[in-house]
Ligand binder design. Sequence first.
Ligand code: IPM
Ligand code: MG
Length: 358
Amino acid sequence: MTHSILLLPGDGIGPEVVSQARRVLEHTAAKHGLSLSLTEGDLGGIAIDRQGAAYPQATRELARQADAILLGAVGGPKWDGLAALERPERGLLAIRADLDLFANLRPAILFPQLASASSLKAELVAGLDILIVRELTGGIYFGEPRGIRIRDDGEREGFNTYVYRESEIKRIATLAFELAAKRDGRLTSVDKANVLEVTMLWREVVDQVAREHPSVALDHLYVDNAAMQLVRAPKQFDVLVTGNIFGDILSDTAAMLTGSIGMLPSASLNEQSRGLYEPVHGSAPDIAGENKANPLATILSVAMMLRYSLNAAAAADDIETAVSRVLDTGLRTSDIADVNGAVVGTVEMGDAVLAALS
Ligand code: IPM
Ligand code: MG
């Protein structure tokens, strides 16, 4: 059986980190006897430049065929002047919606070697292992109506709609309970049920789903408190489940606890476990093309791909172990470097992971 993998390097540092991740994927596949067919496509700003749309038809066709997709990052100052619906980021939202990738898994795991790179005291983050489960195809990101309109009094106003259907809440909650049951059995649902009706329903539906998962201990937090708790005592959490926009914000916060957003992978899955894998970080245009970006988040995204879409857990473990070994040797890209330590570039970090795999 051959797995078809689509690579979407995207913009900014995307191509640099994806090319290192590609080497790691090919190497690991060969080592573990997996047969892959790799194709590349355009998404984001590069797709706007080459094909006139952030998620062009050609990419859509490739994406629908693929068993799994590896994405770099999209966006950059070059396209900042475009209208909201034409921006590179719309390509990302469009592919998530098109493939119904409703479940975004964002683990925040601290490699012990990087405890000093965290902005929090080492003892607060040592051993940190949190999983954020973010709903990805609904909520205020996709709610209609939306836009910028002119009021009767002539003033302009922007508006978005925050909606969740019961079925959308139920499917993300069910997955979060299943994931929590396989971990430490604790799930925290994050909402703003003291103010927003949409999240009052969220809380009610999560409570209903909880009855089918008695082995998991559920609690609820308001999002403001959750943000505070994440930086106060992050190790209290096991799995967090939340809607699209709160998940966007809390996952960046959680990323920083681990030392660098340059370390964090993510998986976006649909009901068939087909998935799109991408680093949590963005396109970092300020360092693009300079061989400075940390490729480890993308390399770790390949490990998630092997685990969740290709059913190759041993290959995934192999990559994660290799990354850990490389960190043991003291090798660091600039985002995770100690003040006095040596710094390597994107390619050298890729080389080191390949060497550790051999
Ligand atoms: C993310 C990003 C995206 C999001 C942007 C680029 C549209 O911040 O994946 O977290 O908000 O979902
Ligand atoms: Mg984000």
